[in-house]
Design a protein around this ligand. Structure first.
Ligand code: PMP
Length: 410
């Protein structure tokens, strides 16, 4: 059934508020999603009724907290269709998940002359960890450009992958262009040369069904705060037979089997990668967020997203002096970057904010992509399950006003 965003938005308490005298229009879900009431209630109930540290105490609360924390792990596994929760590691966010791969796997598996293939449209979270690794290990990074259609150039990608390629690391959904990468095709190219395939699912997981097994990925990361869950929690899934071989990323409590004064042995997966007290309540909140998303239906969210993107592109295109970026089609979700001729994106965002419309402006942690597009930055409107076409109308009206306002003073 199609989504009724006007009804769903009632689930989000923050969407009832006003900003600068206007009803809030929140078009910045790609940066961080708002939280449904069920997530807030789950956090509140956990702290009121079941909070304690996990995996340690023999007391009832600790056992309850551990059960809930582990239930959240199983829920993440189900959410991405992982074969088992053993290979789901809780991390702080997608960034930490990628850094975990770079440290635990990258430092032991990569050496001088090895190559990492990424695309120009990666988020900095999927570039900088590889830069750090490259500086340490003498690894070479190859960037694949976009084709003339605004999608990753698959021919260039195939040409960049060769016998020295050890890792192909790319996004599932671009946080700027809203476009989906054809993961099975990319994974096939990576696996043909025996390379590891890491997928940055930070953006995609909130917008469409994720099936890590069908995707062909060896690792897939998600971030709780983009899914309507709390910040401070994310998850990394890694193919179990690979994860089992990886050394720890950080040392400390919870991740050990046995410790002596000068040596230790390490716990089995996934605990080996979860040193210290984890984000316990945040995992419980994430569980509630994933339940909410599946109740709404991810296939339905994706259809809604695509329809909103089409509507916004159509609406903004009619405005003179507005440039839109990104491809159009069935692989394009609800993220619409744009620029207004002669107006800095931050100024566009400020005028919109004065109308209660929240968007993002800047390089979106994707400077190589900005360079490829030939811009310093863009404004970016991003939609989610609670976004209505009326809100996109308000966006378009405010953009028209921004143009007029700055046109008048230019
Ligand atoms: N990758 C993509 C595609 C993203 O959109 C983001 C968040 N903007 C990240 C990675 C990083 O996510 P986080 O800040 O939650 O680690």
């Amino acid at each position: 059934m199609a989504i009724d965003a006007a009804v769903l938005r009632r689930d989000f308490p923050i969407l009832q508020r006003s900003v600068n005298g206007s009803k809030l229009v929140y078009l910045d879900s790609a940066a961080s999603a708002q939280k449904p009431g069920s997530v807030l209630a789950a956090l509140d109930a956990f702290y009121r009724e079941s909070y304690a540290n996990v995996h340690r105490g023999a007391h009832t609360l600790s056992a309850e907290a551990t059960d809930k924390y582990e239930a959240a792990r199983a829920r993440v596994a189900r959410f991405v269709n992982a074969p088992s929760e053993r290979s789901v590691v809780f991390v702080r966010n997608a960034t930490e998940g990628i850094n975990l791969v770079a440290h635990a796997w990258g430092r032991s598996a990569l050496g001088a002359g090895d190559e990492i293939v990424v695309t120009v449209a990666e988020h900095h979270a999927n570039l900088v960890p590889w830069h750090l690794l490259a500086a340490e290990r003498g690894v070479r990074i190859r960037g694949v450009p976009l084709g003339s259609d605004g999608r990753v150039d698959m021919e260039a990608l195939a040409a960049a992958i060769g016998p020295r390629t050890k890792l192909v690391a790319t996004f599932h959904m671009s946080n700027v262009l809203g476009v989906i990468n054809p993961l099975p095709r990319i994974a096939a190219l990576a696996h043909a040369v025996g390379a590891f395939m890491l997928v940055d699912g930070a953006q995609a997981a909130a917008h469409l069904p994720v099936d890590v097994q069908a995707s062909g990925a060896d690792a897939y990361v998600i971030s709780g705060h983009k899914l309507g869950g709390p910040s401070g929690i994310g998850a990394l899934w890694v193919r179990e037979e690979l994860l089992r071989q990886w050394p720890p990323f950080m040392g400390g409590g919870e991740m050990i089997r046995h410790v002596e004064i000068d040596r230790s042995t390490y716990a089995d997966i996934p605990m080996r990668f979860e040193a210290g007290t984890p984000a316990i309540a945040e995992a419980v909140g994430l569980h509630a967020a994933l339940d909410y998303l599946d109740e709404v239906g991810r296939a339905e969210i994706w259809e809604h997203d695509k329809a909103l993107a089409r509507y916004a592109i159509e609406r903004l295109r009619r405005l003179p002096g507005v440039t839109l970026y990104g491809p159009e089609g069935e692989d394009r979700g609800g993220i619409v970057p744009f620029n207004v001729d002669g107006v800095h994106p931050h100024d566009v965002a400020s005028v919109l904010d004065a109308h209660g419309v929240a968007i993002r402006a800047g390089h979106h942690c994707a400077q190589p992509l900005m360079q490829a597009l030939g811009v310093r930055g863009t404004a970016r409107a991003s939609f989610w399950l609670h976004t209505t076409t009326e809100e996109i109308d308000r966006l378009a009206e405010a953009v028209a006003e921004a143009r007029e306002f700055f046109g008048a003073v230019a």
